[in-house]
Design a protein around this ligand. Sequence first.
Ligand code: FES
Length: 115
Amino acid sequence: MDYVKVSNLQEFKEKTHKVVKLMGRLVGIIRRENGSFFAVEASCKHQGADLLTEYRGGKRAVCPRHKWEYDLESGQCLNHDSPPLKRYELKIEGEDIFVSLLPVSSDAQHLSPES
Ligand code: FES
């Protein structure tokens, strides 16, 4: 699994999340209330909007365009029938935060760099 550095712990002292672009896809780096982190796809499954634009922390995110709601921890859409958001591996080494280049969900094979 290839990882890329996306941030550091210092950057998250004042924020709950950050959106980065990996392989052309939006990925949200989320800091939980307990200080741990996870990474999840941040493109809405409806029409691809950045669904963390109005996010202010917690497990739920509401897309600003048409209000599809997601549980960020599970990736499940809460108010529409939709495939879940993809998950990314996240690791912390020293002060640096790294995320896997590709998602870890079962359909990751469809997201090769050539696709
Ligand atoms: S683009 Fe997110 S709800 Fe439509």
